[in-house]
Design a binder for this molecule. Sequence first.
Ligand code: GGG
Length: 375
Amino acid sequence: MSEEMSAGSRRPLRIALLPGDGVGPEVTVEARKVLEALELDIVWTDLPWGSAYWHEHGTMMPTGAVDSLRAQDAILMGAVGDPTVPDPEALWGLILKIRQELDLGLNVRPARLLAGVPCPLAGRGPSDIDMVFVRENTEGEYAGVGGRVHRGQPAEVAIDTTVFTRFGCERVIRYAFRLARGRRGVLTNATKSNASRYAYPFWDEVVEEVALDFPDVRVERVLVDALCARLITNPASVDVVVASNLFGDILTDLAAALQGGMGMAASANIGFESGPGLFEPVHGSAPDIAGRGWANPSGAIWSAALMLEHLGARREAATVMAALEAVCLAGPRTRDLGGEASTAEVGDAVATAVGRLLADGAASGGAVTEPQVLV
Ligand code: GGG
């Protein structure tokens, strides 16, 4: 984490903007608008990578793309995926490649229901849904280890191997314990060690070993299928969840639904050493609604707040979150939240709220303070 990056830092923040595909450009332009309302000194680098780039050049990104990202302080991304590009090509050519090559081993996804956002569960409100998912981000079923032979033949074989390393698991699990310690002191380990022969029993062992260093955190081992049910029946009982890459991916779509829909969900892909993190809404490219101005920019704006927090600009991160929360409460809202506003109208409203909060803070000498998510 770069603690030294703050609003008062001496040099501008270098932020790469990677809008990507589908609704990605529509939501990232709003996140950028909100960041610009903070009046930070930011040097933007626009990256035209994604499916259109693939059609022109045959690859999702140019040669040396990931290395060029190392010079940035952070990457703000939209989404990747388009019906005209094979999914494995799009994902392995861009987001999964960036995560692996920059060693962004951690994916932190808060799932909090903001006041004013409708919850699909009857009788549940913001006090019931406030969780953080800590997802291992470069291994597991997304390690890319496997193969396919005898294509198109009756003997065709396809193998994807779950890969857990002690190094990769332990650093993520340790992070989750630290996060749990600073919240309710409970860590839920999402596992499947009843059916998995080797990988998840190993994952559980690492959790138990790391737990010895955190005697103040109660750890519960919950089978991922049972955890899905519990997220519906008793979401308030879940606080910090640590999960493998695959389970984290799936659980956070369910959690996103609980926090009002995919459009609300944000994520931080971060490493354990210095280097840029990548911040992206959890939703994909949503080609079915792309170009209509319907996408909810909240997940992208929330991701921008996580980016600021990771850069050490905690007060600014809190200001963005306070602005987003004010707009969720009072509107305008996009149609996924029951409103009629466009993506740009919501972005404008959040940017205006940021300006108002800054002016109020300057007038009162006070700062917006909010609990933060990253540790
Ligand atoms: N910004 C989210 C996005 O582009 N999602 C596409 C996707 O399916 N990503 C897989 C993953 O997050 O592991």
